[in-house]
Design a protein. Structure first.
Length: 91
């Protein structure tokens, strides 16, 4: 399972990305991703910090659309789309 972003606190949004191995519930951070709990830019080019975005899988990629949050908790409603290649683990 692929997990991206979400809430850490009422004014803190995340943009980290994880793999969850469902068979034993172990989490592994996506290749090159680093912890960022301060509503900051991603170290690997992921979308800005956000919660309540939509996602779907198609043809080897996961697409992330919308959500709300932003760098430094700008409180913006996003109207953008990003793709994550699951083979290369790049945005």
């Amino acid at each position: 399972m692929f997990i991206f972003g979400g809430h850490a606190a009422p004014t803190q949004r995340l943009n980290d990305a994880w793999w969850l191995k469902v068979s034993d519930y172990t989490f592994t951070r996506v290749l090159g991703d680093k912890a960022s709990l301060n509503n900051q830019e991603s170290s690997i080019g992921a979308p800005s910090p956000r919660a309540n975005s939509a996602a779907c899988y198609y043809n080897g990629k996961i697409y992330i659309y919308g959500g709300h949050g932003g760098i430094n908790y700008q409180r913006i409603a996003h109207n953008d789309i990003y793709s994550f290649d699951i083979e290369t683990e790049t945005w």
